[in-house]
Design a protein around this ligand. Structure first.
Ligand code: UD1
Ligand code: PEP
Length: 426
């Protein structure tokens, strides 16, 4: 079992480079299934989710190479192999195989997805979209069976602005006959990135990034080369870390516009955020003011950053309230932060954090991906040696984390615990 060990209270300084966006990567890779010739995606993050998707494409017969962030996918040899179990359960975004395989083969069998448990995460809006396009969809023993004689464009109103449903319907609709209109579509930058790839493959998509997306189906799509956008959630995590324990940190390879919700909140807390074309610099912070946050769909404050942000709130003077309107149970990190001396409690969909509290090292568990990111920041702040368990969650989303943090002066190691050490801890 691997853990991260962090010696805290080392001030961090320098430049940290952000990788390609996880939530784009996990949609761009399945999108390649729709092409009739090779697709190359550049700048991909080296994270578990990307490796798992590579294996999934290979399971359906794709020829895939992945080196130095560049994935080359030959989809010509792919077949409509059922994927009811196994790798599909390791990540949330395996649901994109439904839209992409339905689009190409007009049928697919895909196990219900995994990913972080943050409260219920239904996929009813994805299914509603597939059905509107003409597919018959059934759930048999935990796998979704999709089949269509042909896919026909339709008008689909999403009950919730779901990122996954918006992208999945786009994937299924690009090769459908006629026009598809997605209303109340999600507007996240990753949706624009996927639309950009599909458009460069020959798809006709208008309105990605707004709440109405129009797709005119085409006969076929061809291979292309695409460069992914930077990861705004990874960048936001490092901005929070810079405000917490930085002595001047530059975050490189960012699109500052995508970071506006986090930049605005940091400024409210008294953090100076200097924006450049593709970089953000955060000088040392003297004093943090408490602020409340409410997560919302883009361009609101991202739910994926509320857990790391809570660590900063433990260092702010006063009481802060975090309300997550997207997920009902994204608060498991609070119990872990309390082990490290934080003062916080969870009430319904909110966490209430009182600061400023010095953090002390403890043995803690990354219950999910961003809880893990929060614990890394807490470990960097805490006195003593923090040990973080279940780091596979963190490695689903942060590329080269140890090396990147060491580059700023952090003392962090990935250590394999022997079974004797694990038993002793229990
Ligand atoms: C792989 C990926 O891109 N993951 C991101 C994606 O997840 P994901 O695509 O799963 O999130 P959604 O945008 O779909 O979910 C938003 C909300 O809608 C609800 N919902 C969603 C679909 C559905 O069919 N029915 C339904 O009720 C969800 O329970 C949730 O409350 O967007 C989330 C919200 O920004 C992020 O936290 C995740 O990092
Ligand atoms: C919730 C997240 O990911 P996923 O949807 O892949 O579980 C996340 O990236 O914070």
């Amino acid at each position: 079992m691997d853990v991260y060990k962090i010696q805290g209270q080392k001030r961090l300084q320098g430049t940290i480079k952000v990788s390609g966006a996880k939530n784009s990567a996990v949609a761009l890779i399945p999108a390649s299934i729709l092409a009739s010739s090779p697709v190359t995606i550049e700048g991909l993050p080296e994270i578990l989710d990307v490796w798992t998707l590579k294996s999934l494409l290979e399971e359906i017969g794709g020829q895939v190479t992945f080196e130095d962030g560049v994935m080359s996918i030959n989809p010509e040899t792919m077949i409509d192999m059922p994927l009811p179990n196994g790798n599909v359960k390791k990540l949330r975004a395996s649901y994109y195989l439904m839209g992409a395989m339905l689009g190409r083969f007009k049928q697919a069998v895909i196990g219900l997805p995994g990913g972080c448990y943050l409260g219920p995460r239904p996929i009813d809006q994805h299914i509603k979209g597939f059905e509107a396009l003409g597919a018959k969809v059934t759930n048999e023993h935990g796998a979704i069976y999709l089949r269509a004689d042909e896919l026909k464009g339709a008008k689909i109103y999403l009950d919730v602005s779901s990122v996954g449903a918006t992208i999945n319907i786009m994937l299924a609709a690009v090769l459908a006959k006629g026009q598809t209109i997605i209303e109340n579509a999600a507007k996240e930058p990753e949706i624009i990135d996927v639309a950009t790839l599909l458009t460069s493959m020959g798809a006709k998509i208008k309105g990605a990034g707004t709440n109405v997306i129009r797709i005119d189906g085409v006969e076929s799509l061809s291979g292309t080369k695409h460069t992914i956008i930077p990861d705004r959630i990874e960048a936001g995590t490092y901005m929070i870390m810079a405000a917490a324990i930085g002595d001047g940190i530059t975050i490189d390879n960012v699109i500052p516009l995508h970071l506006e919700p986090i930049t605005a909140k940091l400024r409210e807390m008294g953090v100076e955020v200097q924006e450049y074309e593709e970089k953000i610099h955060i000088p040392k912070v003297e004093k943090l003011k408490s602020v409340d946050i409410k997560t919302l769909v883009y361009p609101g404050f991202p739910t994926d950053l509320q857990q790391p942000f809570s660590v900063l709130q433990t260092q702010a003077h006063g009481t802060s309230v975090v309300t997550d309107t997207v997920y009902s149970a994204r608060f498991k990190h609070i119990a872990e932060l309390k082990r490290m001396g934080a003062t916080g409690q969870v009430e319904g969909r909110s966490s209430i954090i009182k600061g400023a509290t010095p953090l002390t090292a403890a043995s803690v568990t990354a219950t999910d991906l961003r809880a893990g990111a929060a614990l890394v920041i807490a470990g960097l702040l805490a006195s003593g040696e923090t040990e973080i368990h279940d780091i596979y969650h963190i490695e689903r989303g942060y590329s080269g984390l140890i090396e990147k943090l060491r580059g700023l002066g952090a003392v962090i190691d990935k250590v394999t615990l022997t079974s004797a050490a694990v038993t002793e801890e229990k």
